[in-house]
Each structure stands twice: as structure tokens, then as C-alpha cells.
Write a protein that binds this ligand. Sequence first.
Ligand code: PLP
Length: 347
Amino acid sequence: AVKSGWISSRGKFIEEFEKDFSNYIGVKYGVATANGTVALHLALTALGIGKGDEVIVPDLTFAATINSVIYTGSRPVVVDVDPEYWCISPEEIKKSITKKTKAIIVVHLYGHPCDMGPIMEIADQYGLYVVEDAAEAHGAEYKNKKIGSFGHVACFSFYGNKIITTGEGGMCVTNDKELADKMRILRDHGMAPERRYWHLVVGFNYRMTNLQAAIGVAQLQKIERFIKKKREIAKLYAEALSSVDGITLHPEMPWAKCVYWLYSILVDKKIKKKDEIVKELLKRGIEARNFFYPLHKMPIYRKYCRGSYEISSRISESGLNLPSSVKLSERDINYIAEQLKYIIKSK
Ligand SMILES: *Cc1c(COP(=O)(O)O)cnc(C)c1O
């Protein structure tokens, strides 16, 4: 890309990356974007979602999910998650549908897929769009089919810490040609594809650069290796931590292939306070992170929340993301697990 001089958002790697990545997911069209957040905004805008509409989102997610809804002028409706696999609960979705509901954003949290069967059934029944926020789950599967291929559109992120990266970057994938065309126009200032400087709609500059796309093409060639490594890391953690009292391991439902973006555990607060665990791990050179705060806890999102959100609260309060880089060795994982066990067991 550098040698060719095509370093901005035209050049052959953009189409190549869009084609390769959408093929990988098993979907017809890919629209590469500047990041995952604008991919979500682009998808919602192209679906025609705006003022007066409601969009259902899970309480436990990264803020970009709900922010993208707010950007459109529509109203997010925050619902609780499933206690077993931590993603949006189909029953809670159903309870939150109103006449204004237009779409559901499902988030495949920390690499685990949502329960797409019941979700798509509900969406069909009520005539709702499903947008998959797949930013944390490239390559994860629901009943042997890749996530990102279930909803009307799915949005991926290629931020530095995601399963594959382009530095910053994102992509919308869909089987709907009309929707893909709309997203391409909106991505490029709303300009008519065949008539330069003629603007059809108020668009955005949400493009990915050719430089980023070239990195994406190369990253995609390694994705199977990365996922295999993530699953190996998960297996090592699970083996080392399964017998520890008070620890719940990262779930993998019988219908799921989880890609363990961040290997995550729940620690019973009666056994040990999480803040103390994080502090003690850090002393030993290990960075563990707290789960996302549930949206309903944050004042700016409070007005979109109805309900008690007991499950997301409990999961968030006890959740820890452990180091999960594909660069970690077996020795590293064993060291982390040993230290963690020691900290949890010491009074
Ligand atoms: C990372 C992430 C995003 C946003 O992606 P960016 O590329 O960082 O904008 C959106 N949703 C979820 C769930 C994420 O984890």
C-alpha cells in the first residue's frame, strides 16, 4: 500500500479485505469502516433507525453499543443478560418490546455467542432488525455457524486488542445488497457512487484506509492460529482454576464455540474482594481487569434503564478479565493461575 502510493481510503486492499473477511464470516458483503463504533452507527443509520424508534441493547457491554444508538436519535432500551453465559437474555428482550421497537443489538460478550436461535425467532415474530455487535467475537460460532451471519447486519471492530486488528478499524457485514450499498454511500459522505460531488444523503466519512486494509488482509491469514491460541489459553486457565472454591470459569454453552477474546472468571466476593485480587496480581506483574460496569449504573445512561438488572450487576461485580494475549506462553498462564490461586486462598 505504501509503495503504490494508495495510502488513503482508495486502493485495492479495501475491497480485498472486505471480500476476504465477509467470506470468512460466510456473508456476502463487507463494508470496511474507520472503527467498530462507527460501523454500528452506519448499520443503524442505513437501517433507517432514528427519532421515535427504540433499540434494545444489553446492560453488560462496552459503551459503544449504546452510544451508537444515541447518535441516531433513537432511544436505547437496556435489558438484563443471561446468568449462565453473560450475553443478552432472549426472555428479557421479549419483555421489553413495545410498538416503537425497531431493532435489537446483541453483543457476543468476551467472545461468547448470544443465543441466536430464540433471538432471531423473536425478531421474526415482531418484525425487528437484529444487529450483531461482534466486536469481541470474530470466529465464534453458534451451532456450528459463525456469528455475524445471523443478524440483518453485523459489526466488527479491528481495534488493537481485538481478535484481529488493523490498528483502528471496523466492518459491517450483511447478505442484503441494498443495505450494503446504502452503507457504502453513507460511509463516503453520502456521495452518489457514479457522480462525484453529488450528495444523495447527509453522509459521514467513516472509511477505512488502504493501509489499514492491507494489515487486515495479513491479519486475517492468521485468524485461525489466533483463535486456536485463545482456546488453548482458555483450556489452560480452566484446568488450573476449575477446582478453586469461589471461582466460576468462563462459560461455553453446548451450542457455542467461544473464542475467549478475554478469558474471564467470576470470583465470589465472599471468598475474596476483587479489588484486592487486582491489586495483588499487579504487584506480581499481572494485569487483570474488572468487567464493564453495567450501563444502568452510570448516570448518563440511567434514563434508558427500567428494571433491577440483578444478573448483570452480579456478573459485573464479580467479573475479572485475565491476561489473554496470544503472545502468552503456557508458562505465563500457569504462573498467572498459580498466583491467582495463592491470592484467593490467602486470608
Ligand atoms: C471494541 C468494541 C466496540 C467498538 O469498537 P471500536 O473499534 O473500538 O470503535 C463496540 N462494541 C463492543 C462490544 C466492543 O468491545
